[in-house]
Design a protein around this ligand. Structure first.
Ligand code: ADP
Length: 482
């Protein structure tokens, strides 16, 4: 772990030499290279208390002052971009080029919310009462918490951290056990940027500590909000845990994204978009294309073009620039991908490319293209979270929309078509929180990211993201002269 930026070298370098507590494993080598503290529930309670002491002053600071800290954090992230990207590749595995893109994306949330510092923070409404002002205002929630996943170790944090801090809150973060270093790096940079002490705590631990740390956060009446990105199972558990104290809850859970290619699509564009929607982060993304439906009249042409492109993808350690596909996060992830491919095969799918794990060091699975998967295959219902493209043919628009919607998830759907009427009709018909038309990438800080159905609650990014990190005060003030 070679770090160039002095702030990161000071904060993180020692973690490579302690060899105690919770190991951080490089998935490309299957070896630990750093160790982070195991935070106890008592330490979580102390962090909550410290956050509660620090938050009121931060909440009273002006929006411009809070935005200025974010602007400085964004600059530091820029200065330290190469270190931050390498940390992601080391702890998560994604190819370095993608890690660099993630840092730019992560920074874009910090910049976006820094830019919102001077924005309107409420409305004056047309009062129905004489001599009476009717207005709304955004206030801090107070002490807030986030639990984040490993697949985007930096961006999934800043998407929550930036609006939380702009909104005047204290922020307690439990990062995923696999990727704590990106979280600790952001904390070091935020404090270097002038964030007062006590407002941003990183609560690290192993897989077996997650429930205790999470429980200490959700059971505390001082914590006013929990924002979670992760699996649907854990999200439901946390939602139930938050009921007792009626916390604000934002959930970004699993997707099961359909990707539809109509017969009037630009085929080259659709192939290129699908490769991005599927193979970004080695398929480990909640917005990854999971089920691909291609119109029967273009199926063979489309699949041939796809097979040729998938066969050319290079797999290996993310630090080697020739690789497009990195390791999966761990051996369990490889087992799941293998299980999905075997199940699809048994139920009639044909494997055209890949279809095997890669033996040796690290947790690698070959980029895979399988076609004609059956409706009852496991991968039709569950996210694979790996480099497996599963394609099926369709012939009727209404039927394929119904099939795309036949899931309890509702995060994102993609489709390709050149017809304006079809674009309007299909966009309306898809029951998803986000729809990508003629693109395989919809994520940006300026748009409200989020799902419907069992994919989640609330939105992240955009103005809506700030609303989710603040509470609304409505003031009705009568100014009648005596
Ligand atoms: P994945 O299976 O992809 O790791 P999870 O939903 O299990 O997805 O993990 C997302 C985040 O939720 C991680 O930070 C993980 O440590 C945390 N987590 C897992 N189980 C619990 C739990 N019982 N309580 C609180 N947090 C949890």
């Amino acid at each position: 772990m070679q770090l160039e930026h002095p702030v990161l070298a000071r904060a993180l370098q020692p973690l490579a030499h302690t060899e105690t507590e919770v190991p951080v494993v490089d998935p490309a080598r299957g070896e630990a290279f750093a160790w982070v503290p195991r935070v106890t529930p008592e330490e979580v309670a102390a962090a909550i208390a410290e956050a509660a002491r620090a938050q009121p002053a931060w909440g009273r600071a002006t929006w411009a002052e809070r935005a200025a800290v974010l602007a400085r954090l964004a600059r530091l992230m820029s200065d330290a971009a190469e270190d931050l990207a390498r940390l992601i590749t080391l702890e998560e595995g994604k190819p370095l080029a993608e890690a660099r893109a993630e840092i730019a994306y992560a920074r874009s949330f910090v910049e976006y919310y820094a830019g919102m510092g001077g924005t309107e923070i409420g409305h004056v409404l047309a009062s129905p009462f004489p001599d009476t002002e009717v207005r709304t205002e955004l206030e801090p929630l107070g002490v807030t918490a986030a639990i984040t996943p490993w697949n985007f170790p930096s961006a999934m944090i800043t998407r929550k951290l930036a609006p939380a801090l702009l909104g005047g809150n204290a922020f307690l973060l439990k990062p995923a056990e696999a990727t704590p270093l990106s979280a600790l790096a952001l904390s070091a940079l935020a404090h270097e940027a002038g964030l007062p002490r006590g407002l941003f705590h990183v609560l690290t631990g192993g897989r077996n500590d997650a429930a205790a740390i999470g429980g200490a956060l959700t059971s505390s009446p001082v914590v006013k909000k929990l924002s979670f990105t992760g699996s649907t199972t854990v999200g439901k558990l946390l939602l139930a845990q938050c009921a007792d104290t009626v916390k604000r809850v934002t959930l970004e859970l699993g997707g099961n994204a359909p990707f539809l290619v109509f017969d009037d699509a630009d085929l080259d564009a659709a192939v290129a978009g699908l490769l991005v929607a599927k193979f970004r982060n080695t398929g480990q993304s909640c917005v990854a294309a999971q089920r691909v439906y291609v119109h029967a009249s273009i199926f063979d042409r489309f699949v041939d073009a796809l097979a040729e492109r998938v066969a050319r993808l290079e797999t290996g350690p993310g630090l080697d620039p020739k690789n497009h596909i990195g390791p999966l996060i761990d051996a369990r992830a490889v087992d799941k991908v293998e299980g999905h491919v075997e199940d699809a095969r048994e139920k009639g799918a044909r494997v055209l490319v890949g279809g095997t794990r890669i033996e040796g060091r690290g947790s690698f699975y070959a980029p895979t293209l399988l076609v004609d998967f059956s409706k009852d295959a496991r991968l039709a219902a569950e996210e694979t979270f790996g480099p497996v493209l599963a394609v099926r043919r369709f012939s009727d628009e209404a039927e394929v929309i119904a099939e795309a919607n036949a899931t309890r998830a509702g995060l994102v759907a993609y489709f390709y078509s050149e017809s304006a009427r079809r674009i309007a009709r299909v966009s309306r018909g898809l029951e998803f929180g986000m729809v990508g038309v003629n693109t395989g990438l919809v994520s940006t800080a300026v748009a409200p990211f989020g799902g419907i159905k069992e994919s989640g609650l609330g939105r992240e990014g955009a103005r809506e993201g700030l609303y989710d990190w603040t509470r609304l005060k409505y003031v009705c003030a009568r100014y009648q002269e005596p």
